[in-house]
Design a protein around this ligand. Structure first.
Ligand SMILES: [Zn+2]
Length: 253
């Protein structure tokens, strides 16, 4: 497994528009922020779809084996949520999946609505190790349902060895002696991807879960001490409970 090309979240360009579409879709996305921090609260919000919705999910390309494996893995979420997935071919869907070797990325939940065309998710069609492919698909569909990265949980306390993470991702100062701007850019991406914790308003609150499908695999040499996370291959019990709470059935509200 290659730990150095992790999933990337595609963040919205317009964070106010992100808030507007999220709240229009599901008013619970507004959260419970206090009015004293109104401006900040208007930006930091959740991205869940309206419970009961059918998400139309389009494959922009990919062979049948790729599509079948993607559908099978994504459907692992369905017993736990009041949502339906309608997989189709073509370019029209709430979610649109591209198939590009070596990349895994997605928008988060309702941010997909901000994008009128083109892919909202990228999956690598590498299925040499079916369990890893399935894990990556479940992870990306966790983003589709509105989940953020678990290693950036508001209460997480990973003993990062930051220089080692920078080094593993091409963020070494020595590599950029003549291009300081690009060095700053690379470090900034790594900080946002690995180290920055989320605001509590951006997530539905539950305790940190190292077994979450939404957690990056973390090599021991990237931390101090013996902290490490192996790639989680299945939905954790907390993953299931978290989504069941976000997408309840009417008689459970
Ligand atoms: Zn991710």
């Amino acid at each position: 497994m290659n730990n150095t090309t992790p999933c990337l979240i595609k963040h919205p360009v317009d964070i106010n528009a992100s808030y507007e579409v999220a709240v229009a879709e599901n008013p619970a996305n507004r959260g419970a922020s206090t009015s004293s921090r109104k401006k900040r609260a208007a930006i930091r919000h959740t991205h869940f779809w309206a419970p009961g919705r059918t998400l139309r999910i389009a494959f922009l390309k990919g062979d049948q084996g790729f599509k079948d494996a993607t559908i099978a893995a994504a459907n692992n979420w369905l017993p736990h949520v009041n949502l339906k997935f309608d997989f189709v071919d073509g370019e029209e869907g709430d979610i649109r999946i591209s198939c590009t070797p070596g990349t895994y990325w997605s928008t988060v939940g309702t941010d997909a609505l901000l994008q009128e065309e083109g892919a909202t998710m990228g999956l690598s069609p590498d299925m040499r190790m079916p369990a890893f492919f399935a894990a990556n698909v479940m992870h990306e569909f966790g983003h589709v349902l509105g989940a953020q990265h678990e290693h950036q949980h508001p209460e997480v306390n990973i003993p990062w060895n930051k220089p080692a993470v920078y080094e593993a991702h091409g963020g070494n100062a020595d590599d950029y002696e003549e291009d300081g701007d690009h060095y700053d850019y690379v470090r900034d991406v790594i900080n946002k991807t690995y180290f920055n914790r989320l605001d509590a308003n951006e997530v539905r609150h539950s305790t940190y879960d190292p077994k979450s499908i939404m957690h990056y695999a973390i090599r021991q040499e990237w931390t101090h001490g013996d902290f490490k996370i192996d790639l989680n291959l299945v939905l954790s019990e907390k993953d299931k409970a978290f989504m069941a709470e976000a997408y309840p059935y009417p008689d459970t509200i």
